[in-house]
Ligand binder design. Sequence first.
Ligand code: MG
Length: 218
Amino acid sequence: MKFATLAESGTEYPIGKILCIGRNYVEHIRELGNETPDTPVIFMKPATSVIEDGGTIVIPPYSKECHHEAELAVLIGTTGKDIPAERALEHVAGYGVAIDLTLRDVQAELKKKGLPWEIAKGFDTACPLSPFVPADRVTDPQNLRILLTVNGKTRQDGSTSLMIHTVREIISYLSGIFTLEPGDIILTGTPAGVSAIVPGDELVAEIPGVARLQVAVK
Ligand code: MG
């Protein structure tokens, strides 16, 4: 079983659903040539895809193009269904940073065929995840910088202020479909700057003052 850790208290949550939002930043939609969705694009990663800070990414042999997507991660702390947006943040236990690893070549083929994305998004090691800081340490989840470097070079430098759907809206929307439970994690989409990683690369994803995550590619 995989756990999400809340800093300071050290509380551990068994990881449940990992719900991911696609196409939530305009510049990232443009860089991939996608259309802007009316409602959030949703997919899931299994808990088995999580690796911790210091872990190693293993790119599956069926892909030649693995992309990093640095994202604000939200840890759910209390159960909720049909949560109104104005109460959504009450259900958040903590915030962290995650990398939504994506096999872009595999995903492109699946998109073409109209098939689900799981094998491009949910493979083992596809979800590097930092420890979480308690929610009360983040005054505004829509005002956070998100950075990702590869071998010390900046590839992504965005802000959660540029999200199309806010954290409140995402929680409210998702809870209308899925009962949210403690230990569920939401990945809120990536800003622009995604690019391919190769064996030997060192990745650092960071939300300054909130979370930092360092992983290597095998
Ligand atoms: Mg993503």
